[in-house]
Design a protein around this ligand. Structure first.
Ligand SMILES: [Zn+2]
Length: 427
C-alpha cells in the first residue's frame, strides 16, 4: 500500500493522505492569513474521497476537488456531510471570490451530488478499497477509517506497490479515548497492519474531566455572584455543544451565539451520533439563543450571565463584540476552552493580557482563564490506544512533535515513524 502525505504530516491542519494513487483520505484547510491547503493539489485526481470528520482541518478543502471535470464520490457519515457543508458555506462567506478561496458556490453545490453517506460498522467500496468507519469519539460523526486494499486490482493505471495487495490501514483521524458529554470515547480497535495515528496531545496529560468541569463551574459561579459576566469562547463544532451540556449539568445560566447555534440545532437531527440526545435537548432549551445584533449582545453580556460564543481562539465571530464589552471590568471573566494556537488573539490574551480584537489591540482587565476541554486523546490515551497495535506498523501525523513521538514509540518497542510533508511511504 502506497501512502502519499499531502498535509497534516508534522503539522496540525490541512490533513490529506492519498492511498494507492486512487483514494484520498481527508482534504483539510489550515486556517491562517492566508489559509493554506494540501500540497500537490494540481495533479490530484482521486477516484474517491473519504472524510474522517467535519472539522475544517480535515474537510475544509473538499469542495475544491470538484472544481474541474472530475466528480469523485465523497464518502462520510451523515453529520460529517452536514458539518462539511456548513464549513464550506462559511468559508465562502469569509473568502468567497477572493484568490484565497479554492472553491466556488457551484463546487459546493456539486458536493451534494457526489456525497455518499455511511454509518459506523457498514463496509463500503471506495476507489478500489473496502472502507469501514468506526466511532472515533472526537465529535459527532467522527470516524476512524479502516482501509482494506485486498480488493484492489493491479491495473496499469492503478498500481499498488505492495506485492500481495492485502494491507489493512487504520487511519485514526482525530479521536478521544475518554467520554465527553457530547460523544462517548472510542472503544473500536479493529485489526490493522498499519496504524496512521494523530498525535496532537502526545506530550500532554488532560486533567480529569469531572475535576475540570467542577473547577470551571465554580469559577463561573464566583463571577456571577460578584455580579460579573463570563464569555466562553468555543469552537462551533463539538465544543459549543459540550459547553452547553456542562452549563445545563451545573445549572449555569447561559446564552449561546455564533455558528455554534446552527451546528447545535443541526446535530440534534442526528441522535444516533450523540451520547445522550435527551441531555442535548435539555441543554439546548436551557441555553438562550442570541438572535439580535450587536446592541442586544452588549446588553446581554452586561447582565451578569454566561455567553458561549465563537470563535474559540477569538479570531472572529460575535466574541468580537462580547470581549470588548466586558474587557475593562476586572470582575468579568473570559474562559478559554481549548488549545490556543500561536499567533491567535486567544493565545496573545493568555500570554500578554492584551489581544488584537477586530483589528484593534486592546488591554483586557477582565480575568482570563484557560480550561482544557479537549476532544483529543492525551498522551496516556494515545499510548493506551496504540498498545492494542503492538504488532502493527505505526505512522504518526497530525501534531507539532510527530518525529519525537515516533521516537518515543520506537523506544517503547513499536515499529514507528513520522512521514514528512510531501513524502510517499510504502507499507
Ligand atoms: Zn478534529
Amino acid at each position: 500500500m502506497k501512502l502519499r502525505f499531502l498535509g497534516g504530516a508534522g503539522e496540525v491542519g490541512r490533513s490529506a493522505v492519498l492511498v494507492n494513487d486512487s483514494l484520498l483520505l481527508d482534504y483539510g484547510m489550515m486556517t491562517g492569513n492566508p489559509p493554506s491547503f494540501p500540497v500537490g493539489s494540481r495533479d490530484l485526481d482521486p477516484e474517491a474521497v473519504v472524510v474522517s470528520h467535519g472539522h475544517l482541518d480535515h474537510a475544509g478543502t473538499v469542495p475544491a476537488l470538484l472544481s474541474g471535470d472530475a466528480r469523485p464520490p465523497v464518502h462520510w457519515t451523515p453529520p460529517t456531510y452536514e458539518l462539511a457543508m456548513t464549513l464550506a458555506r462559511d468559508t465562502l462567506k469569509l473568502h468567497g471570490g477572493s484568490y484565497r478561496c479554492p472553491f466556488t458556490e457551484n463546487d459546493v453545490k456539486r458536493l451534494t451530488q457526489v456525497s455518499t453517506l455511511h454509518g459506523y460498522g457498514e463496509p463500503f467500496e471506495a476507489g478500489g478499497h473496502e472502507i469501514t468507519f468506526y466511532d472515533a469519539g472526537h465529535i459527532p460523526g467522527s470516524a476512524h477509517v479502516l482501509v482494506d486494499d485486498s480488493g484492489v486490482q493491479s491495473t496499469p493505471g492503478n498500481r499498488t506497490q505492495s506485492d500481495d495487495g492485502e494491507t489493512r490501514l487504520l487511519y485514526t483521524g482525530d479521536f478521544h479515548t475518554d467520554d465527553q458529554r457530547v460523544v462517548p470515547g472510542t472503544t473500536a480497535r479493529p485489526d490493522a497492519d498499519v496504524v496512521l495515528t494523530e498525535s496532537t496531545y502526545s506530550d500532554v496529560s488532560h486533567e480529569d474531566r469531572t475535576t475540570l468541569e467542577e473547577r470551571f463551574a465554580e469559577s463561573v459561579r464566583t463571577t456571577l455572584w460578584e455580579g460579573g459576566s463570563v464569555v466562553v469562547p468555543a469552537f462551533a463544532i463539538g465544543r459549543t455543544q459540550e459547553m452547553l451540556l456542562v452549563c445545563e449539568a451545573y445549572d449555569l445560566p447561559c446564552y449561546v451565539d455564533g455558528m455554534g447555534k446552527r451546528v447545535t440545532r443541526m446535530l440534534r437531527q442526528y441522535p444516533d451520533y450523540i451520547r445522550d440526545p435527551e441531555a442535548l435537548r435539555r441543554a439546548t432549551s436551557h441555553a438562550r439563543f442570541v438572535t439580535g445584533r450587536d446592541g442586544q449582545r452588549r446588553r446581554i453580556v452586561d447582565s451578569g450571565t454566561v455567553v458561549v460564543t465563537t470563535s474559540g481562539m477569538l479570531s472572529g465571530g460575535p466574541a468580537m463584540t462580547y470581549v470588548p464589552t466586558i474587557r475593562s471590568n476586572p470582575v468579568n471573566k473570559i474562559t478559554l476552552t481549548g488549545y490556543q494556537v500561536e499567533g491567535t488573539p486567544g493565545r496573545d490574551l493568555l500570554d500578554t493580557g492584551s489581544a488584537e480584537i477586530d483589528g484593534r489591540v486592546m488591554p483586557v482587565a477582565a480575568q482570563v482563564e484557560s480550561y482544557d476541554f479537549s476532544a483529543h486523546a492525551d498522551r496516556e490515551g494515545l499510548l493506551g490506544f496504540l498498545d492494542e497495535y503492538r504488532g502493527s506498523e505505526v505512522l504518526v501525523n497530525h501534531g507539532d512533535r510527530c518525529g519525537a513521538f515516533a521516537a518515543e514509540l520506537r523506544e517503547d518497542g513499536f515499529e514507528a515513524s513520522a512521514p514528512e510533508l510531501g513524502e510517499t511511504v510504502v507499507v
